[in-house]
Design a protein around this ligand. Structure first.
Ligand SMILES: [Zn+2]
Length: 500
């Protein structure tokens, strides 16, 4: 029998199992019980956060006999999964589901949508689940708009999108909007442990945490990673297994590089980076992992001079851009780290998890005075206000985010994709790596963050966002690389012919 992917096996069967989206499952449970469902939903959120699963549950619930008979009172019973409708709906012709990102022809989509005007064949409500709805042609969008404005009886639409800003306002305003959040790491890690129990394997806590961190809020990614590790593991999955299977540099290796740079020990930098190269990873993957690790350190540890870490991150980012078109990316990365390890760039020891004896300063390198005094880093005690000084403001902002982390994990996590840009004219300006992350922040988190900061400052504040397309997206390339590694291994294991 074919192996069923964990992501499919782990799919929620009722609203109570909708992990990490309690605000949505609670609201929908109330709506189902009080029979106040809409005929059009717009499900918004990044990939793997449960949009399609929720749409399927809702479609099922709209037809569930127990729900219709008013015999359900809790999320765990919606839908019941036992009645004739629940059992047959997955194969029902009344349940239309398609992905607008796939290459369906315009005619094909038009034909599918036209069936909305025909009465359901078996079910009470005919349901349309359309993934990535923003990819539809204008013509299709107009058909949907018409269907939503003057809905035929017994039809419901579930439109899912990762890019809300590309969905026309006319559609947005006529749908009930459900905003899906990035799923907190602890929630993902806990769910991975549940899945490990089902698979009858042991999953080391650190391994679960690492996978959860990599997944960056996406349960689907987390389960895919776990699946990959499971395929390679025996009875137990350790942190080392995760690193090896997913082709990752370990945090310990990264910390060695960072520590060597910060202690300006160039011999040690050379040794550490060569050690990392031996993992067989591309130098770009290593550089990206370095950025992620530096940001984690910045995020968790605000004692040091933020400007040092920023310099470090900026230099590695620049190196990645150079490496992309170069035949000698290894050398570029190594040279970048060596330059960073020179005293004139990294000026002070940054708060660092690994304590390392500070070596004697390298033989003196004459540095012109103007360069030594890179912006005067007076010791910035964490300020209580924004001052207009970048370093101080960034530090203050990060301290607020860090404080958030104790009580509002989801909001704090959403800030991981935000870069503090500047504070000016009384406005906090943030930059995002992509339109998707910016839009998610604006639609889900912005007001909450403004309120939180306003409470701290005692006066209202405004946040403005922008997209900085110059920021490389470390995640994307890493996932691509991981996928390649996985497919290669699978092909080797099963033989290319058997592997689809
Ligand atoms: Zn049912």
């Amino acid at each position: 029998m074919a192996y069923e992917a964990l992501y499919t096996r782990g799919r929620p069967k009722n609203f109570a199992q909708l992990i990490g989206q309690e605000h949505i499952s609670n609201a929908l449970t109330r709506a189902v019980i009080s029979k106040r469902l809409s005929h059009a939903y717009l499900l918004v959120g990044t990939r793997g956060t449960g949009k399609t699963s929720t749409a399927r549950l809702l479609a099922k619930a709209m037809n569930c006999e127990k729900v219709l008979a008013g015999k359900v009172s809790a999320a765990k019973d919606i839908p019941c999964n036992e009645c004739a409708s629940c059992k047959s709906i997955d194969s029902s012709p009344d349940n239309v589901e398609f992905d607008a990102a796939s290459n369906r022809s315009v005619d094909d989509v038009a034909r599918l949508l036209s069936t909305a005007y025909m009465a359901p064949l078996q079910s009470r409500v005919k349901t349309f689940i359309i993934d990535e709805v923003h990819m539809l042609s204008n013509e299709a969008i107009n058909s949907i708009l018409k269907l939503i404005e003057e809905p035929p009886p017994n039809v419901a639409f579930f439109l899912a999108t990762t890019e809300i800003n590309k969905v026309p306002m006319t559609i947005r305003s006529r749908c009930q909007v459900l905003n899906f959040r990035l799923i907190p790491q602890e929630t993902i890690a806990a769910h991975l442990q549940d899945m490990a129990k089902i698979l009858a394997i042991e999953l080391e806590n650190d391994a679960a945490k690492k996978i959860a961190r990599l997944a960056e809020g996406s349960m689907r990614d987390a389960l895919t990673y776990l699946d990959q590790c499971y395929a390679m593991a025996d009875k137990k999955i350790t942190l080392a297994d995760v690193n090896e299977t997913l082709g990752l540099v370990s945090d310990a290796d990264l910390d060695e590089i960072i520590s060597a740079v910060q202690s300006q020990n160039r011999a040690e930098v050379g040794r550490a980076i060569n050690h990392a190269f031996r993992s067989g990873l591309s130098s770009i993957s290593i550089a990206e992992a370095l950025i992620t690790r530096l940001r984690d350190i910045e995020f968790e540890n605000l004692r040091g001079d933020i400007s040092d870490l920023d310099n470090f991150v900026d230099a590695v980012r620049k190196a990645i851009l150079e490496m992309q078109g170069s035949g000698v990316p290894d050398i570029i990365l190594e040279m970048t780290l060596m330059k960073l390890a020179a005293p004139k760039i990294i000026s002070a020891t940054v708060a660092q998890p690994i304590a390392q004896p500070k070596p004697a300063p390298p033989p003196k390198i004459e540095v012109p005075a103007t360069e030594t005094i890179t912006p005067p880093i007076e010791k910035i005690e964490t300020a209580k206000v924004f001052t207009g000084n970048f370093d101080a403001d960034k530090k203050f902002f990060l301290s607020i985010v860090s404080e958030l982390g104790q009580t509002r994990r989801t909001l704090a996590m959403s800030m991981k994709v935000a870069n503090f840009d500047r504070f000016s004219d009384g406005i906090i300006k943030l930059k995002f790596q992509s339109v998707g992350t910016e839009e998610e922040f604006n639609s889900v988190h912005k007001t909450e963050l403004e309120n939180f900061i306003a409470q701290k400052l005692g006066h209202p504040v405004k946040i403005e966002t922008a997209v900085d397309t110059n920021l490389p997206n470390p995640n994307l390339d890493r996932i691509k690389a991981q996928h390649r590694t996985f497919v290669d291994t699978a092909m080797k294991t099963f033989g290319a012919d058997n592997f689809e």
